[in-house]
Write a protein that binds this ligand. Structure first.
Ligand code: AHR
Length: 663
């Protein structure tokens, strides 16, 4: 099999004759392709996700309207503005008198006392720091609207109501109101709720921009109500209620094997009522109330349980479903025993909802009603999140109760504990690491001696954080995404996990996403940044993408003897047996280059073709950003005459991946 051609191909040579292999001191990496090998987990690299930093609302979830069901703030219509043209008079307020459904009790009431053909009353939505518009694009608008009715008179709110029986004009406009990019008109409103669906299509000459609003205007007096106002751009794979295309493409390029969801702390909630209650995130949007997330803002739950599963299917990922296990962040622990039983039952129902037969199980039938008759395949369940924070020490008992109930009904499921437990043997243990670069570099052999007879290891959250992500000092960090140096810390840590990919069978970086608007961020660093219009990937994304596309299916024997008094540095050697490729990964955290002699010993023939991939910069603090998305990018060189042994020069501040082709 041929090595795939790289983006940039530069003829280069690693021939021993051309480099001075005798000039000491050089570290020596001895690779023994015929020595013992370890299997490489087929589900090694995945994604971790939760609603943090506006990951979904104002992020991956395609919805462009902020506060579409008017429940974000009980006292004002956050995200919405009333605009009156001269001669028009109106007020806008939240109303509980005219609920759309029992789950959406609040609507927006617009009381127009004066309006006419040239006197418009408009309510506009600002989106999540703007509404992105692109040329020749169809945007789907939908909302419920109702003109006022007799009930208003009965309530004495308006003794002689003027009935609103007019159409509404819906448009996409620049924020300053000077340019209208697309417009459409609704039917005449009746006296009860009606769903209005419109398509707004932009022209071919408009420049892509995000400083836009959705505007709903009236030119007649009377009172009308709005609920569930939604605006969707085209979505990934054209899924209704689907995901943003550019972000999904960046995830697809990472080649993830699994998705860990829905948290993280978002699963637990600050308080018990704010936990992730999957039942509230299913079914038509008219019945999804949203809930208070734990990161300081309300979640619409438009990206709900079935949408998570659709996301997995779109990218070919195994779902790793975290279930609420009776602990919320403010030390609210439900002790094992009868009090915990309803939560265990709830988890069993959730599993049945996803995997149960549509005809023979209650929850399978509910899933079918929600639009998905075919059961999902589900292999991994995580019981809770970071339960070592539970100071009551109840996790061992809570884990056992969930474990026994789930294994009894679903013996094939792999269960993940969030901290070691004594009462049962979980299939996997989830370990989290947020550490500085130096720690990860020093710990590149962290898992070399891990017990092979215990539970497998799932590193369910990890990230290099040279400036703390939380607590004292976190405000010093400006960049929401990792520096190159942090990406090298990440690469070092990936070496430590890859070297042991027989026991560390799954791993995922966290957090995944950040909306880079200052008010949107709760945690830094994050892997992928974006605003309403554009996105960029961090150096760490590149490091992960390179690891995941140079993976192999076994870990092979390799020993690095460092030069002089220097300690050995992070490295990992894997092989794709069928393709006859050896992947050598080396991380040089030093500000100067270093030479490594690569020696495959006798009896291993190389084809001569190799590929050299490097992620580096003279500035270890370099970052990518919206304005400079490509500051840090990998380079690829093709080598035509690779031979063993030879000297490989590692650039300063670099991750180097050498792909060797065996004969
Ligand atoms: O990744 C951010 C947070 O870090 C997660 O929500 C939590 O599990 C961890 O403490």
């Amino acid at each position: 099999m041929k090595i795939p051609l790289a983006i940039i191909i530069i003829a280069a040579s690693l021939n021993a004759a051309e480099t001075n292999i005798s000039s000491p001191p050089a570290a020596v990496l001895t690779i023994d392709p015929n020595g013992p090998s370890k299997p490489f987990s087929p589900v090694f690299a995945g994604l971790m996700t939760e609603e943090i930093n506006h990951s979904y609302d104002g992020g991956l979830y395609g919805e462009l309207i902020r506060n579409r069901v008017f429940q974000d703030n009980p006292t004002n219509a956050e995200g919405w503005t009333l605009t009156l043209s001269s001669n028009a008079e109106a007020t806008m307020s939240l109303s509980e008198k005219y609920p759309l459904t029992e789950k959406l009790p609040i609507s927006l009431k617009v009381n127009v006392t004066k309006a006419g053909t040239n006197a418009a009353v408009s309510v506009s939505n600002e989106g999540y720091w703007g509404i992105p518009l692109r040329p020749e694009t169809a945007y789907r608008v939908s909302f419920y609207a109702a003109g006022n009715n007799a009930w208003q008179k009965e309530s004495k709110e308006d003794p002689e109501p003027v009935l609103f029986r007019a159409p509404l004009t819906v448009s996409l406009q620049s924020t300053d109101g000077k340019t209208t990019y697309a417009t459409a008109t609704s039917p005449v409103l009746g006296g009860s709720w009606n769903k209005i669906d419109l398509t707004l299509t932009t022209g071919k000459d408009i420049p892509p921009s995000k400083d836009n609003h959705l505007v709903i205007s009236a030119n007649a007096p009377g009172t009308f109500f709005l609920s569930l106002v939604s605006l969707f751009p085209p979505t990934y794979k054209e899924r209704p209620n689907g995901n943003r295309i550019d972000l999904m493409e960046k995830l697809a390029e990472l080649k993830p094997s699994f998705l860990r969801f829905p948290g993280g702390n978002f699963l637990e909630g600050k308080n018990l009522p704010d936990r992730y209650d999957w039942k509230q995130t299913r079914g038509p949007l008219e019945f999804r109330p949203g809930h208070n997330g734990c990161w300081g803002y309300r979640s619409s739950d438009g990206l709900g349980l079935l949408e998570f599963m659709g996301w997995c299917e779109d990218l070919g990922m195994e779902p790793v479903l975290a279930i609420y296990a009776g602990y919320s962040l403010r030390q609210q622990a439900i002790q094992p025993g009868p009090l915990l039983e309803p939560y265990v039952e709830d988890a069993l129902n959730e599993i049945e909802y996803l995997t149960g037969d549509a005809k023979t199980t209650y929850w399978g039938a509910q899933r079918a009603k929600d639009g998905r008759p075919m059961p999902f395949s589900l292999k991994y369940i995580e019981i809770g999140n970071e339960d070592d924070f539970d100071k009551s020490g109840s996790y061992d008992g809570r884990y056992a109760q969930f474990h026994d109930a789930i294994k009894k009904r679903y013996p094939g499921l792999q269960l993940i504990a969030t901290t070691p437990v004594k009462s049962r043997k979980p299939d996997l243990i989830d370990e989290h690491f947020y550490k500085p670069t130096d720690w990860f570099v020093k710990e590149f052999t962290h898992y070399d001696k891990a017990a092979r007879n215990g539970p497998k290891i799932f590193v369910g959250e990890w990230a290099t954080t040279d400036i703390p992500a939380w607590g004292k000092g976190k405000e010093k960090r400006e960049n929401p995404t990792p520096t190159l140096r942090e990406a090298l810390g990440d690469a070092a840590w990936m070496c430590s996990m890859e070297r042991n990919a027989d026991i560390v069978i799954m791993q995922c970086y966290a957090p995944l996403f950040v909306n880079v608007n200052k008010d949107a961020q709760q945690w830094k660093p994050d892997l992928i940044g974006y605003d309403a219009l554009k996105c960029f990937v961090s150096p760490s994304w590149h490091a992960q993408q390179l690891f995941n596309t140079h993976r192999g299916n076994e870990v092979i024997t390799a020993t690095l003897n460092a030069e002089g008094k220097e300690p050995a540095f992070p490295h990992s050697v894997t092989r794709d047996k069928a393709a006859g490729l050896i992947y050598v990964k080396l991380v040089n955290i030093l500000p100067q280059s270093r030479v490594v002699r690569i020696d495959l010993g006798k009896g291993t023939e190389l084809s001569g073709e190799a590929e050299l991939t490097t992620l580096s910069s003279s500035d270890p603090n370099a970052v990518n950003s919206l304005s400079k998305p490509d500051s840090i990018m990998p380079t690829h060189k093709k080598i035509m005459d690779a031979a063993s042994p030879y000297n490989l020069t590692l650039e300063p501040n670099s991750l180097t991946i050498l792909t060797l082709q065996l004969n």
